[in-house]
Design a binder for this molecule. Structure first.
Ligand SMILES: *Cc1c(COP(=O)(O)O)cnc(C)c1O
Length: 231
């Protein structure tokens, strides 16, 4: 299968899962994850109608963005280092991985200097894995009041990852947990926090069944990545 066929297959799985969860297919946004792939490959996805892309490294994203059509939208899905914030903010329309109050404060300060109001998601470490970034589930509500004072940030919702499991059905409790954290936090915060970014190639249908509004899918569209870098 080529990229356009794989993209179509992913879109149709998204539609099915959205319908099963009582929503319309357009309730779920596909972020095509392009890390490690060259611009020519990404262009094939563009030609097939995909225009929302995710990169996990700022430098890599900044190198590719100017080589692709301006109508493309870029999401930063990986951990954002403090010294990359200034470059990242103007380039990415959504920062998925805001994983600490300190990072949020730094983004807020630099956004103010740059005259920007960046859209962000709070990353929650729902699986409690030491190797993953993110707020601890029990911290995110406690830190909300401090986060809410950061008036440059547009906090659209939450992002999370299930652990790697053999049967994707086993990922569902982690997605349900993230959705529950969001639901509680939304009540506490008095704002909808409507974006739930969860689900990757191995588990995006399950994430949608648990309420994902945004899925980040790489290898199911572009094939396996050559590097073995841990992301
Ligand atoms: C790489 C990556 C993805 C996509 O992973 P696939 O398994 O290739 O779909 C999604 N989210 C994040 C944060 C990633 O780093």
């Amino acid at each position: 299968m080529d990229i356009s066929e794989r993209l179509e297959a992913v879109q149709s799985q998204i539609s099915d899962a959205a319908k099963q969860s009582g929503r319309t297919p357009d309730a779920v946004t596909l972020v095509a994850v392009t890390k490690t792939h060259p611009p020519e490959t990404i262009m094939e996805a563009c030609d097939a109608g995909q225009w929302i892309f995710g990169e996990n490294r700022v430098q890599e994203g900044l190198a590719k963005i100017p080589l692709l059509p301006g109508r493309c939208q870029w999401h930063l899905i990986g951990h954002l280092q403090k010294n990359k914030i200034r470059k990242a903010l103007p380039a990415f329309v959504l920062i998925h991985g805001v994983d600490s109050l300190e990072l949020a404060q730094n983004i807020n300060r630099i956004a103010e200097e740059l005259g920007l109001f960046p859209h962000v998601l709070l990353e929650v470490n729902v699986a409690g894995e030491a190797s993953k970034f993110g707020f601890k589930p029990e911290d995110v509500e406690r830190e909300w009041d401090a986060l809410a004072t950061l008036d440059r940030l547009q906090i659209d919702g939450l992002m999370g990852m299930a652990p790697i499991v053999e049967d994707p059905e086993d990922a569902r409790p982690y997605f349900a947990h993230l959705r529950n954290i969001r639901d509680r936090l939304a009540v506490h915060a008095g704002c909808p926090l409507s974006t739930l970014s969860m689900g990757m190639s191995g588990d995006f249908p399950q994430a949608i069944l648990e309420g994902a509004t945004m899925v980040r899918v790489g290898s199911a569209i572009f094939g396996h990545r050559k590097t073995s870098k841990k992301n």
